[in-house]
Design a protein around this ligand. Structure first.
Ligand SMILES: C[S@@+](CC[C@H](N)C(=O)[O-])C[C@H]1O[C@@H](n2cnc3c(N)ncnc32)[C@H](O)[C@@H]1O
Length: 232
């Protein structure tokens, strides 16, 4: 019987199969290839998180490269779509005896298996540009963060002009192969009704990455809205 050959997409669309496939390939070399360029941004975000209290959810925890940076007073739960990335994270936790990392779970960030308001801080580093449904992911980050808690994103967002914009546009059709979207405007993540943007900071190297901090609106601890501080 004739079988229709699979359609080869070259539109850069990411779906969860493409993400799993890409990170199965990246898992053994991820830390060596991407670890150093993203290190300073990751450290800056976690330095801030370490001044908080309670439970942290790290969404798209990957190889767990950030896990040793969390202060021991925080309970950390990590989730990821890729089993191979999680396997690296589990090895790291065992090797470094990270007792404050209480769970590493295979889970889709666009459909989190946690009750509302389960975490004090929810962080996603280099994930929203990768996730197939970034707007659903943002809705889930908001849902599982307690009112008054913080949602923190660290990411590369697209440049509007200049050589970086040209490179991003040229790479855009290869998003499924790369496992991330080179073109991703920051506005994509700024429209959640329950997330008040409280800080936007450019991070090294040379402002390539951005940290966005949001406060979860609602509850006693929520403060009145304030303007976003921009420090790029
Ligand atoms: C670029 S890596 C970032 C890993 C880590 N956060 C870091 O800072 O290095 C992106 C990770 O997000 C995961 N990911 C992508 N989409 C996801 C989704 N919908 N749900 C959970 N994890 C997802 C990928 O499997 C991958 O491990």
């Amino acid at each position: 019987m004739n079988q229709t050959p699979p359609i080869r997409r070259r539109d850069g669309t990411l779906d969860s199969t493409a993400v799993r496939k890409a990170y199965k390939r990246w898992a053994p070399v991820y830390d060596e290839l991407f670890g150093s360029v993203t290190r300073a941004a990751r450290r800056a975000a976690i330095r801030d998180i370490n001044t908080s209290q309670g439970r942290v959810l790290e969404v798209g925890v990957g190889t767990g490269i950030a896990l040793p940076l969390y202060s021991g007073h925080l309970e950390v739960v990590g989730i990821d779509l890729s089993l191979e990335m999680l396997e690296q994270a589990r090895r790291r936790v065992a090797k470094q005896d990270l007792a404050n990392v209480t769970a590493l779970l295979e889970m889709d960030a666009s459909q989190l298996g946690f009750a509302d308001a389960s975490f004090d801080t929810v962080v996603a580093m280099h994930v929203v540009t990768v996730a197939p449904e970034p707007k659903r992911v943002m809705a889930e980050l908001e849902r599982v963060c307690r009112p008054g808690g913080e949602v923190i994103l660290v990411n590369h967002f697209s440049a509007q002009t200049g050589p970086r914009a040209a490179i991003e546009q040229a790479l855009a059709p290869f998003a499924d192969r790369l496992g991330w979207r080179p073109e991703f405007p920051v506005e994509t993540v700024l429209d959640r009704p329950g997330l008040e943007p409280i800080e936007r900071r450019g991070l090294p190297p040379a402002g390539l990455f951005t940290m966005l901090r949001f406060r979860r609106i609602g509850g006693e601890n929520a403060e009145t809205p304030q303007a976003m501080a921009v420090e790029a």
